[in-house]
Each structure stands twice: as structure tokens, then as C-alpha cells.
Design a protein around this ligand. Sequence first.
Ligand SMILES: Nc1ncnc2c1ncn2[C@@H]1O[C@H](COP(=O)(O)OP(=O)(O)OP(=O)(O)O)[C@@H](O)[C@H]1O
Length: 362
Amino acid sequence: MSGEESFIQMKQVTKSFYKDTIAIEVLKDVNLEVDKGDIFGIIGYSGAGKSTLIRCINGIESLTSGEVIIDKQIVSNLTGKELRGFRRQVGMIFQQFNLMPSRTVYGNIALALRNSGLSKQHKEERIMDLLELVDIRDKRDAYPSQLSGGQKQRVAIARALANHPKVLLCDEATSALDPQTTKSILQFLKDLNRKLGITIVMITHEMGVVKEICNKVAIIDQGVILEQGDVFSVFSNPREPLTKTFLETTSNLSKVDELIRVNSPLVQLEEGQVILKLTYTKTTVSEALISEVSRRFYVDFNIIASDIEIVNDMLLGGLVAVLSGEQASINQTLIYLHQKNVAVEVIRDARSSDQQIAAECV
Ligand SMILES: Nc1ncnc2c1ncn2[C@@H]1O[C@H](COP(=O)(O)OP(=O)(O)OP(=O)(O)O)[C@@H](O)[C@H]1O
């Protein structure tokens, strides 16, 4: 942010739970900055403190120390009526949807408007608008048990948006859904973010979720934020081992290590060849790098694994390939790729040791 304050700030937040007299510190000096309009993902394994963190953002959980500020309001200072009013500005959805089974879709959304001060007619109009927005108008009289998981989550989203919140908090909102429904709900949240400009904070243990829709990410482990930033910067240049571990969960490049370990025919080399692992760090979608390098230096790439995604119009991920050609060409290729912001790792090398030394010298 350029001198301006972030929309959501967590400043030196700690949270401890007490078992008898023993304090268990679940959040440790958490500092987060979420800008207006961000889709901010917080990723961590089970028990990392994600739910506690998100509950601190909306004031359900009191802080042990530190401050949470949303749109210039210090959440941790709010009590009683003010706190209830504030909570209406923050919508929340959950993994298990948390719908009332005894109420229809209409009735579930109406619950959120109980203290809205709207007239009966305005409430009705608002509910119909919300049903339209989440595209389940035809289910208005259905009960939750008659809905699919994706439809239930749409009802929960409608309910969360009923009071025009500034922020939508998502607690593992797609973890109970199948992959296809997950994709459609994520796409839907992305559309909402664009259409309404609503700021979204989502906690998850799934990398796919973050890559799919978030523009910013924070990695949390044992109550500590290990790193945070925009998704492309953090994932193209991960500093923390845990970030790398998360990246590997959605990448098939690490399978090549196993192929090398068992000396699969796929990774057996002829003399002079090398196996390269290329990781894109700042390459734009429009650059046809591999074919360009191939033509320029008369080398051949035999791609044996690739994992490339497009994030913010940049390529994220990389590939593993067997590179063949004249030794000088191979060396020039390595240098050129490096200049083009591609991290190059030689993971198997069938060049003679003289050639390798020559390559290291260039
Ligand atoms: N009310 C509580 N009292 C005591 N300990 C708690 C309480 N709530 C959470 N904890 C502990 O805090 C730690 C973090 O829990 P939290 O639910 O925030 O993690 P999480 O990352 O959301 O995990 P999961 O993905 O499994 O929900 C855990 O060790 C948990 O046992």
C-alpha cells in the first residue's frame, strides 16, 4: 500500500487459550494487511490456528493482545451493540454451511435480516434479489436437506451477504464439496468480488483454492504467519520450506525425483544430455520460451513433466525436460534461460566432467 492504511489490519495479535492455569498460545504476533477488494487466502495445516485467526477478525474471539482494525474501526474495542452492528458488516460462510434445517431457503436468509430494520416488503425484495444473485430462486421454498452441497453453500453466501457486508470471511468454504462444485463456488466468489467489490478473506488447507482465486496469500504454521504477499510473488519465489511443501501438493514435478530414484527409462540419458528443472519466476504468458530457445540454440527439449498455471497473466510453475544438443549450445541455453528469469536446476547430468566444468565457468 502506498502510505494508505490497509482495509483490514491485524497488528501484533496474540491469542492464548487456557487449560487450567496453563496458557496455550495459538496465535503468535500475527501481523496481516488486507487491502480493499483483495481475495486474501490464509493457508495452513490442521491446527495451525486458521479458524482462531478468522474468528479474531470478526470479533467472535477476544484477543489476548494486539489489535484488529477493519475499515478504521478497532474491532477489539467494540462491545455490546457496537459489536453486534459491526458483525453485520462482516459476513461469514463455513465448511458445513450452518443452515437451520427446520427453515426453508427463504427462511434461512430471512434470519439474517431479523434486526435489519427493513419493512416486510423490503425484506422480501432483498431476499428475492439475493436468491437471484446466488442463482437459486427456484429453491426458495426448499429445505436444506433437499439441496446439494453447492446449493447449500449458495444459500449460506446469500445469507452472509444479506446486510451488504464490507467483508466476507470464508472458513474452509469449499472443503466439503466435490472438485467440480468447489470450482463453481470459487468462480462464483470471484465474480462476487468483482461485481460487488467485496473484500474476501478465506482460510483453507488447499493450495488449489488459493491458486484458483486469491490475489494475496499468507502461510500460517503453529500460530505464526511465515510469509505473506501477492500470490505470484510468494509462490514463484517461496522462502519458507512449508510454502514449498504446499506448492508440491499441487505439482507433479516432484514425481520426477521418484523417477530418478528408481532410474526409470524416462530419465535415462545418453551421453551429453541433461535433465533440467525449469521454474518460471517472471515469465509472461506471451513468451514462447521453449520453442524460441530451441530455434535459437539448436537444442531439443523432451518435456517429461510440466506444471504450469497462469496467475495474474504470469506463468507459475515449471517443467522438467531432457535437453539434448551440442555442449556449447546446452551451456548457452542455460545462460539464456537464466537471463529470462527462469530458475534452472540441472537434476541429472550425462555430460563429461570436463563439459560440466566448462559449463560452470561460462
Ligand atoms: N476454544 C479453544 N480452547 C482451547 N484450545 C483451542 C480452542 N480453539 C482452538 N484451540 C486450539 O488452537 C489450535 C488451533 O486451532 P484452530 O481451530 O484455530 O486451527 P485450524 O488451523 O483452524 O485447524 P483446522 O483446520 O483443523 O480447523 C489447536 O491446537 C486447537 O486445539
